[in-house]
Ligand binder design. Structure first.
Ligand code: F6P
Length: 322
């Protein structure tokens, strides 16, 4: 391995910069070249990349977002797009690529390896924490803390006015942010895509809770909940419980902000591990964290073997808010 590339792809997440920094500085320590590719696979197809060195990643550890920018590339999912990308990599002598992103980005990386023999290593970067083979994804901890701070604020005003709030957090297909922030915020109910929402049961819980003395209620809803998200749900619930419901959509604030210590440390560990793996001749794998240790998983397992929700946490959430 003489030269490698690094890119960030898909939805950005706090801590991606820490991973980029770790990749670049580890490459420097191995005395190999390293290119930063802009805008994910889009930049790869358009040959938009810059050579990086130790100093090019100075001062980025504490910054949210990604200095390499990100994109969701439709073209890379076509054979021709990947052909252009492989051509650009080979032209610059790049024989290994670190992809920091989610499982969609890993599917593209897997194809690049299969079709063009480019060594690829995935680093899990998404606020959704919905990748198989790792308990941790870069940005999840920061997103949860950003959401939690916001939900705590909503609790203050909900309590003052005696109101019911639905707070929608991100997660189109996964309820991890909703479940963890809901527990941490003491939510009266938590609605996630992994569990079918029974609107009658939610309404009964709220009505009974209010009858027995709840002054307010905060329900955390994942954006991908089957009941249709917080706005739709509020209309249905309003009729059933016969009182006003306020809705707050937290949205993209969950993707920004300064990364927490956990995100900076773990992203650094994974960035270092990704280059170690390339130097050891590995490819088509993701580096992740399980039980506190860095582990590797075949890329294809990251989207075929999704982790389920923690049933102990579901029980705990129900127990503590009944
Ligand atoms: O993949 C992370 C994520 O933030 C999801 O939680 C959310 O559904 C999606 O990205 C939003 O994507 P975009 O920024 O492209 O609207």
């Amino acid at each position: 391995m003489r030269t490698i590339g690094v890119l960030t792809s898909g939805g950005d997440s706090a801590g991606m910069n820490a991973a980029v920094r770790a990749v670049v500085r580890t490459a420097v320590s191995y005395r190999i070249g390293v290119f930063g590719i802009k805008r994910g696979y889009e930049g790869l197809i358009e040959d938009d990349m810059i050579e990086m060195d130790y100093a090019s990643v100075s001062g980025i550890l504490s910054q949210g977002g990604t200095i390499l920018y990100s994109a969701r590339s439709a073209e890379f999912f076509k054979v021709d797009g990947r052909k252009k990308a492989a051509f650009n990599l080979k032209k610059r002598g790049i024989d290994g690529l670190v992809i920091i992103g989610g499982d969609g980005s890993f599917q593209g990386a897997h194809k690049l390896y299969k079709e063009h023999g480019i060594a690829v290593i995935g680093v899990p970067g998404t606020i959704d924490n919905d990748i198989g083979g790792t308990e941790y994804t870069i940005g999840y901890d920061t997103a949860c803390n950003v959401a939690l701070e916001a939900i705590d604020k909503i609790r203050d005003t909900a309590l003052s006015h005696g109101r019911v709030f639905l707070v929608e957090v991100m997660g189109k297909h996964a309820g991890y942010i909703a479940l963890d922030t809901g527990i941490a915020a003491g939510a009266e109910d938590i609605l996630i895509p992994e569990i079918t929402t029974d609107i009658d049961a939610v309404s009964k819980k709220l009505t009974e809770g209010i009858e027995k003395g709840w002054r307010c209620a905060v329900v955390v809803v994942a954006e991908g909940d089957d009941a249709g998200g917080a706005f739709k749900l509020s209309k249905k619930l309003k009729e059933k419980i016969g009182r006003d419901i306020r809705v707050t959509i937290l949205g993209h604030i969950q993707r920004g902000g300064r990364p927490t210590a956990i995100d900076r440390i773990n992203a650094s560990r994974l960035g270092v591990a990704s280059v170690d793996m390339l130097m050891a001749g590995q490819s088509d794998i993701m580096v992740g964290i399980v039980s506190g240790s860095v582990v590797t998983t075949n890329l294809s397992k990251t989207w075929t073997q999704k982790k389920g929700v923690d049933t102990d946490l579901i029980r705990l959430a129900r127990l503590l808010s009944s």
